[in-house]
Design a protein around this ligand. Structure first.
Ligand SMILES: C[S@@+](CC[C@H](N)C(=O)[O-])C[C@H]1O[C@@H](n2cnc3c(N)ncnc32)[C@H](O)[C@@H]1O
Length: 295
């Protein structure tokens, strides 16, 4: 009971660390602490530097205590905060879509680094919160960027994000596992020009990994954003790669975020389908995570 024991800054911070030590690393705790002070107690990062003799009011202590309870109940901090930073953009974050991950920022960074000559038509398949599509729209201001997504809740969230950021991305309801629907959407979309960049971070975790996953993910993130059947780990990659091939421009490029254990299989599948120059990249954790393939 943080609030009742003390309102002294140092004591309160020590109790906070202790309460979360079994679930978070020390650097995560520090980061969460700083964000609580900034977002919930309106204490700016500069004011935080010299807070040694600050006394928390009872109300402030209660706010911190309530957040600790929610974190201990395995609620993601991004949901408590209601937002997440992704590639410099502030995105709304809640249970309607997957929380954007740092490795996905690395994929976005690869695309931006690669495409100095501005791409015109960009498609993000399985767009979720809109994090990839929106950051590409921000980077390539003249491009037409579209997202395909099956969850109406995720589409709603991505549209709210686009509106808040004033980015002209269109999110469409498309089931990429439904060949007819997928092809018809692609035909309509490419009437005025083929696709220069297609990117996807589709569901890729086999159900057999579910038991080893953290409750923070299992209880609060949409199941349809995460899992694929054990016997078909490449389900989405194959459907997407086969589906988009006729709609990619001659210099068109496909980027995938992958399960590190399936990267080689995904790469081979792309080569079999006729893609060229298939390149792989590791994420910052050192895991093979991303693929790029040319038509
Ligand atoms: C791993 S999440 C990625 C979300 C977002 N692109 C990101 O990187 O954070 C996969 C997304 O695919 C969507 N999805 C699942 N099945 C789909 C389908 N058949 N067609 C289109 N999208 C689908 C999920 O709703 C989820 O938003």
């Amino acid at each position: 009971m943080i609030g009742e024991k003390s309102s002294d800054f140092k004591d309160q911070k020590d109790l906070f660390k202790e309460a979360l030590a079994s679930d978070f690393s020390m650097s995560e705790i520090q980061q969460i602490w700083r964000q609580i002070l900034t977002h919930f107690l309106s204490i700016s990062p500069i004011e935080q530097i010299a807070m040694g003799d600050h006394q928390f009011s009872l109300q402030e202590s209660k706010i911190i205590e309530r957040i600790v309870e929610r974190l201990q109940n395995k609620e993601p901090f991004q949901h408590i905060l209601g937002e997440v930073e992704f590639y410099g953009l502030e995105l709304k974050s809640d249970g309607r879509a997957l929380i954007p991950r740092p490795e996905t920022e690395e994929l976005v960074n690869w695309i931006i680094e690669d495409n100095k000559a501005l791409p015109l038509n960009i498609l993000d398949i399985c767009s979720g919160s809109g994090c990839i599509a929106l950051s590409l729209s921000q980077a390539f201001q003249d491009a037409q960027v579209v997202g395909y997504e099956l969850s109406t809740e995720a589409i709603e969230l991505s549209e709210e994000n686009a509106l808040a950021l004033k980015l002209p991305v269109e999110f469409k309801y498309v089931d990429v596992l439904d060949n007819e629907q997928f092809t018809s959407a692609l035909k309509k979309q490419t009437k005025l020009g083929l696709l220069d960049i297609v990117v996807s971070n589709p569901p890729y975790i086999p159900y057999c990994e579910k038991d080893s996953m953290d409750d923070v993910v299992l209880k609060h993130e949409p199941e349809m954003a995460l899992f694929v059947p054990n016997e078909e780990p490449l389900l989405f990659y194959r459907k997407i790669a086969e589906g988009i091939l006729p709609f990619l421009s001659t210099c068109g490029v496909l980027y995938f975020e992958c399960h590190y254990l399936q990267l080689e299989n995904t790469r081979n599948m792309l080569l079999e389908l006729g893609f060229n120059n298939v390149e792989k990249r590791k994420d910052l954790q050192g895991k093979w995570r991303m693929l790029k393939a040319q038509k």
